[in-house]
Structure formats: C-alpha cells, structure tokens
Design a protein around this ligand. Sequence first.
Ligand SMILES: Cc1cc2nc3c(=O)[nH]c(=O)nc-3n(C[C@H](O)[C@H](O)[C@H](O)COP(=O)(O)OP(=O)(O)OC[C@H]3O[C@@H](n4cnc5c(N)ncnc54)[C@H](O)[C@@H]3O)c2cc1C
Length: 325
Amino acid sequence: MFTPFAYIQPGSVEDVVTALGDKNAFIHAGGTDLLGCLRDDVFSADKLVSLSGLKDISGVSETSDGGLVIGALTTITDVAEHPLIQRKYAGLAQAAADVASPQLRNQGTLGGNLCQKPRCWYYRGDFDCLRKGGYKCFAVNGENEYHCIMGGANCFIVHPSDPAPALVALDAEVAIVGPGGRRRLPVSELHMPPEKDPTRETVLQDAEVITAIHLPPAAAGRYSSYRKIRTRRSWDFAVAGCALAFDMEGDQVRDCRVVLAAAAPVPWRSREAEEVLRGNTLNDGNIRAAARAAVADARPMSNNAYKIPLFEGLLREEFGKIVSA
Ligand SMILES: Cc1cc2nc3c(=O)[nH]c(=O)nc-3n(C[C@H](O)[C@H](O)[C@H](O)COP(=O)(O)OP(=O)(O)OC[C@H]3O[C@@H](n4cnc5c(N)ncnc54)[C@H](O)[C@@H]3O)c2cc1C
C-alpha cells in the first residue's frame, strides 16, 4: 500500500529543481526502485517530481572531441544496446546488459541507477538501521553474507549498481543542475561514503538533479570490460564484480582503472591493483600480484570471507582476458 503523495510532471529542468524544493519531494525517473521503496514503506514521500516531461535529457550523442553524452533519462536497455557504447565503451555496455531483467532495463534509467537505494535486507526490512536514521547497522552481528568487505566503517552495505563501477573505470562525470546552478562531478565522487553520512547514497545536495553522464574520449585501443558474479544465472544483484579500463602498449600497461563492484558501500577503485600493473607487463606474476593487492586490505564480516578468494580469482581471470584480447 502506498501512503498518498502528490505527483507532478514539470516541463523544464528549472521547474523540476523548483518543485524539489518542497519538503519530502523525490525525483521519479523510471520508478523501478523508488516505487518499490515507497510501496514497502522503506521511506515515504509527500511529492514525486517526474522527469518524464523533460524531452532533452534522454538519448546518446557524440561530443565534438569524440566523447559521449548520455542523458540521465536514457534507459538501461538503450545504454546496453547502443552501437557506439558497445564499440568504444564496451565495459559500460556489458554492465548495463547485466542489470536486472529485460523489463527493468526497459523502464529503469541510467540516472536512476546511479542514485538507487541499497539492497541491504535490514535497510529494506523492518529494522531501524543507521541508514534509516536509526542507531546501528544490524548486519554487524546479523546475516552479512552479501555485505561489504571494504570501506564499511559504520554501515556495511554494498553499492548495488552494475553501471556505476564501469562509469568510474571510464572516468565518467555527471552533469548536475540544482538551486546553485550547473556543475559537473566525477562519478568516482558521486557516492557518499558511509563514514561521512550513512543516510545518503550520493553527495547530491537538496533539489539537485543529474541531467547527463559524460564520457571522455576513449584512448585508441582502450580495453574495457565488466564482469559480474551472482548466486544464480537469472537476474540478481552482484555478489562480486569488476570493471576494468586498460590502455595498453603491446603487453605493457600504460594506464589502468580497476573498480570493484559489490565489495564496498561505493564503487571501489582498487588503486593497489592499479599500482602493481601501471607501467608494467601484464604477465602471470604481475596479474597474481595485482589480484592479491586488490584484496589485501579486505576486512570481511562473519559470513562473507568467501568474497576474498572470489574477488582474487575474478580479477585474475579478467586481467588474463586482456592478454588474450
Ligand atoms: C528486481 C530488481 C532487480 C534489480 N537488479 C539490478 C542489478 O542487477 N543491477 C543494477 O545495477 N541494478 C539493479 N536494479 C536496480 C535498477 O537498475 C534500478 O531500480 C533502476 O536503474 C533505477 O532507475 P529508475 O529510472 O527506475 O529510477 P527511480 O526508481 O525513478 O529512482 C531511483 C532513485 O534515484 C533518484 N533519481 C532518479 N533519477 C535521478 C536523477 N536524474 N537525478 C537525481 N536523482 C535521481 C530517485 O529520486 C530515487 O531515489 C534492480 C531493481 C529491481 C527492482
């Protein structure tokens, strides 16, 4: 059952921002996460501000410097199936194709995917947890097999998005419009670490809207990929995943990004693995050392230590694919 709320559909982004100034107002994009949260009483809304009246924030276009702009309202399906994204930013297309089910990919948007709420069963359930403004994280002494092994601090969720790690690996930025005007922010800085504020998923300020995602030009010969491991073959969230972006010169790694999915409350860039590989040959010894470095600082909980060998093996396999690509 929904608690009643007002619903409006402004025709301009400025009007969206103004409407979001009202108390307890939420953006409604595809609604695939938001409406589930409202129905299940995870939180309540007084007003939903639909983005569907904005005609200019969906679709994919190339920029004059060879980069790409993806409107925030672009569906996950359109991201997964776009030929330019598949060719130049393969890791993002793969991550989008791995999201949920075809129906959810047809309805869910890229902007909404970046801002979705976590899937923690304590947060979604009837628990007064820290993320809902309560007093503790119930996963600490509870059922924590799908929780984080890095970056937990006070709340131990994992970030649920598949596209977000891919966008971090590709150095993407979000374009934001809000009461203070327009700004751009790297996707790597979009998500809120729980030690700063466990009640918010992003650093977006009140009434700010993501209007687009900008991808810089991909270096010639860039290798990018996304690999997701889930507990079953049909749709499910990741228990482990990794997004890679590698610029190679022969078998030497000129530059690289290694971003872990479902490891931490935010997409988790493994600078340790990157450091082992950057400037070095992608040989078996370095691959093993980089995969080990990625999990060296992991702090598993009582039921999720299995994620450490899982991530290590996953990374070894994925680095190995670059050699044979
Ligand atoms: C059964 C199920 C399985 C799923 N599996 C996966 C999965 O495997 N991988 C994965 O990555 N995701 C998964 N998801 C999440 C799904 O991808 C998201 O629900 C979807 O992408 C959200 O997009 P939306 O447009 O529907 O957002 P909405 O539900 O409309 O909004 C989600 C949140 O983002 C905010 N928001 C939306 N757009 C913007 C914007 N432009 N600027 C600022 N804030 C905004 C809303 O206020 C809301 O808080 C799953 C969801 C479900 C229900």
